[in-house]
Design a protein around this ligand. Sequence first.
Ligand SMILES: [Cu+2]
Length: 146
Amino acid sequence: MKKVIFVIAIFATIGLTSCNGQQKEKATNSAEKTEQLAINNVTFGVRGNCGMCKTTIEKAASSVEGVSKANWNKDQKKIDVSFDASKTTEMDIQKAIAVSGYDTEMAKGNEEAYTNLHGCCKYDREMEMNQNIEEKKDDHSGHNHN
Ligand SMILES: [Cu+2]
């Protein structure tokens, strides 16, 4: 009888061990998911004129560690950025763009860098940023039933 209990105890131990193994695997998976969730997609206004501006702005944004995607829209004066929230912040990205001479919603373009921009890139510093987007957002909130 004691022997039977001993055998059961062994099997129970094996069962627990393999169960622990599975739990570890699950934990790893959820950690990966959390990492994926840390990718933030943001859109903010950036002033600029042309394709050359686009190159400079996107290069500045992409140079920030953690930024995986940067796409500036010439017509709407806005940029779509994807970044790893555990490595950088939206503010840091806006600052990096400002250092390259371009005004963003939250950071004013560096004066010296602006002066050194190509003639066609010297954008109007009063230019409206993030065009159309704000209107769309306002329209949308108007339809909310909250
Ligand atoms: Cu330009």
